[in-house]
Design a binder for this molecule. Sequence first.
Ligand code: GLV
Ligand code: MN
Ligand code: MN
Length: 417
Amino acid sequence: MVSIESKGTQNKAGTKVLKYIEMLAQISQEDDKLTRLSLTEQHRQANALAGILMQSTGMEVRTDAIGNVIGRLEGTSDKRALLLGSHLDTVRDAGKFDGPLGVIAPIVCLELLKADGIALPFAVEIIGFCDEEGVRFPSTLLGSRALAGTLAPEVLEECDGKGISIAEALKAFGQDPAEIDTAKRNPSDFLGFVEVHIEQGPVLEGENLPVGLVTAISGAARYTVAVTGMAGHAGTVPMGLRKDALVAASECIIAIEQICLSLPDVVGTVGMIQSKPGAGNVIPGLVEFSLDLRSSKDTTRNDAEKQILGAINDIAKKRRVTIDTQKTYEAAGVNCDDWLSDQLGSAIEKSGYTLRSLPSGAGHDAMALADLTRIAMLFVRCAGGISHNPAESITVEDAEATVQVLRQLLTNFAADA
Ligand code: GLV
Ligand code: MN
Ligand code: MN
């Protein structure tokens, strides 16, 4: 077994992690905040920076047909790769760690191994996935689904808010959408996938633990809801004769909240709403809103969906408006792999940390990768459990712990091989 020689050397690895993450955070579509949506110029720049960092560890770097940046370091005897990584896209006005930590921590870990002259028997691949947030397009997990071969070709026709399809965005990004199948990988290529991610919740902080082991990832579904009423003059149409699409949408949103409150273990969020024609003196005629529904139990999520669609139908009838609901994305909950999680759990313990297992309410690239290979996830404590918010942060000590656990995992694997 290879010992962790660099433990206790004043967080050198953690400092590097924070430095590289800060460099990535400078790449934004907006001057005063971090917004980096998938398949944009800024995403290309983030891929380029991650690629340069990967190359410095000795990796060969390429971009695949869906826009994932992939580094590969050959092993001394086994062609199969341990896959590490997370996403490089962000939400709007994002924190710096959601996604990038899972790309940067493995890079710094390989830098350490290289500096110490340690060659692994198996290959390592690090992937910066192209889209996990699903902010630009209605679908999500584009990069990881393409890798797993579960991305239906028709998804490429989905459009962003400006009417640009994923296929068009890919062309502008320099990729050929007709080649999308080439992003698909074989299960036999991999030993497994390990994703490092901030917890995005308060459990680890509450228990004063730097890292945790993820047991399962909640399933999720996304919908676009369009409410069509009748636009009209704000001064002349009596209240009782209106078909106000925004008031109908508001009633739907309250119903969604009530239903999700009434069921155990389900969360529903309306995060986007657009009212047209959008003038102060016009009754709204068309409203579109998003719905994000999640639960650790798929049956509970399905039950919530049924109740919500029923309530929306009743509201449409009562208010004499038309409401169309379209499901744009659905992913079942997944369990992390027992064997790979045991390996990661033992790396946590051998690194001197208490093993704390916990589920993930957030979605992750690992959910899609579960269709390709065994998955495991390492959660890292984040301040206040805050995420999807510029206040997201982790400490240099926890960044150090993350790299050391990864190093322990890789060297344990190497010792077993
Ligand atoms: C991604 O962060 C998601 O869970 O939606
Ligand atoms: Mn994420
Ligand atoms: Mn996120």
